[in-house]
Design a protein around this ligand. Sequence first.
Ligand SMILES: *[C@@H]1O[C@H](CO)[C@@H](O)[C@H](O)[C@H]1NC(C)=O
Ligand SMILES: *[C@@H]1O[C@H](CO)[C@@H](O)[C@H](O)[C@H]1NC(C)=O
Ligand SMILES: *[C@@H]1O[C@H](CO)[C@@H](O)[C@H](O)[C@H]1NC(C)=O
Ligand SMILES: *[C@@H]1O[C@H](CO)[C@@H](O)[C@H](O)[C@H]1NC(C)=O
Length: 533
Amino acid sequence: MDHNMCHVRHACAVVVMFSFIMSNPLVFFMVIGIGVHVLHAFPHTLLQPRKHDGFKTEEQFSERYFRQTVDHFNFNSMGNGTFSQRYLITDKYWMEGYGPIFFYTGNEGDIWEFASNAGFIAELAGQLRALVIFAEHRYYGRSLPFGTDSFGVPQIGLLTVEQALADYAVMIRELKQQLGAADCPVIVFGGSYGGMLSVYMRLKYPNLVAGALAASAPVLSTAGLGDSAQFFRDVTADFESIACECTDAVRGAFHQLRELAQHQEYSRIQTQFHLCKPPSSAEDIHQLNGMLRNAFTMMAMLDYPYSTHFMGNMPANPVKVACETMLSGPDLLSSLRNTAGIVYNSTGLLSCFDLYSLFVECADPTGCGLGPDSLAWDYQACTEIDLCYESNNVTDMFPPMAFTQRDRQLYCAKRWAVVPRPDWLKTQFWGDALSTASNIIFSNGDLDPWANGGVRKSLSSSLIAVNISGGAHHLDLRGSNDADPESVINARKTEADLIAQWVKMERTRSQRSLKSTYSPKVSRLSKSASWSI
Ligand SMILES: *[C@@H]1O[C@H](CO)[C@@H](O)[C@H](O)[C@H]1NC(C)=O
Ligand SMILES: *[C@@H]1O[C@H](CO)[C@@H](O)[C@H](O)[C@H]1NC(C)=O
Ligand SMILES: *[C@@H]1O[C@H](CO)[C@@H](O)[C@H](O)[C@H]1NC(C)=O
Ligand SMILES: *[C@@H]1O[C@H](CO)[C@@H](O)[C@H](O)[C@H]1NC(C)=O
């Protein structure tokens, strides 16, 4: 994207934006809460009460543990060893023994975090009388196969997508037995990597899963299909759609930072950016750039129309708030610092930014978060999940920061003693050759930088792409809110209709297959066939 074009395309919007800021000195505000990734480091009991969409998630779900096989694929390595896998369950809406099962395929974090930010699933469970289960992904939250030793080599080696899917499959089978739900159709749900897992569950275990809602699931880009500049280009586009002045200001600020760094004006940089310690090397400047870029990434992903407490605390419309902040300070560097503060200093309590504790660089250039969950995600980004995104200061507004397959290989060898396999996900989970699958919804919001790494066009009458205009990262999974755009209300309605159809189809199918026995027609047909196997 040529940023000179921007002035032409958005000339009008810029004038409106400017007069808005001029006439309204209080347009920007800070929201009270805890800094973004810092949250990941805390056990969930330390978080403020989870009140979302009129109910407390904690009151709705009970927390349980499932005895899970540690290694599904090697009978010698761990024998019949098991670990405790956490899940949340509510039968509040369930028509016992008959209603469907809604199963959230947990992703890279504490399962409460996802349950608290996916109110749509409970709303739909109310309509379809479903049992709801949120399962925690192995190696995240409290589902650690080797306790605190889980993140060492070789214990970490049992963290794979395949093992996680097998966990969910085993859990679905056994819980159905235990709960007297043998005939209840199962629909899987997931957002982001959780959405990828929902897709894979339907591909791999159609015997157990009748359909999948994959919200904001970047199944293509993470399989190495796509363009390494796409992610940060799309982050930039969100800010550019507010005003060209906004992206110009961000570019200008990063340029000034680069000039200061080139002249090694480290104490000036410390003062401008309120850093706890002065930077003293090119590595420190790289870290600062990474931390700053990450703040923009978070605001683009979490650009919801109301304030949220998911992966940290965000004001309503954070991208707009960021642009207002970028365009209001006494100078560009202070503006950039204050803009990063929307993410890292949402409490207003930080006296300085500690470069290496607020942000940790890893094999995912879009951020791994902090704490033990971030170690597990780093390992996944080093093995199966390809996240080689770069910024380049041409198609995006950020300093050039490359992350090539070569960079990934070097980092991963050093950090985890593994060699990434960039082609594996394409082979194992079909890449973009998905057309023979069925009953999957791929929903994406156009504000979400992950969207263009996913499936944007329907692939068949049962592989449905849903677009949510004005939607950020899996907005559709969140509970209804007065500030919801019309598009997400419609998307949820489409999703509800499709899921109701799948549940019905599955009931019909399983009843038919119960009645039918092995058909003699089939054997006659195979006898008359001209080939033999
Ligand atoms: C694992 O196998 C051993 C012996 O083969 C048996 O004693 C033990 O009960 C088994 N454990 C589980 C959890 O099934
Ligand atoms: C955090 O916010 C408070 C309140 O706006 C401000 O006084 C403080 O300087 C900020 N901290 C940093 C590190 O910028
Ligand atoms: C981005 O590119 C422009 C020129 O195209 C350059 O002046 C500027 O310093 C670059 N910014 C960074 C942060 O590298
Ligand atoms: C969704 O939006 C994308 C990008 O604007 C477009 O290419 C695609 O055709 C749209 N898909 C549907 C199903 O409307």
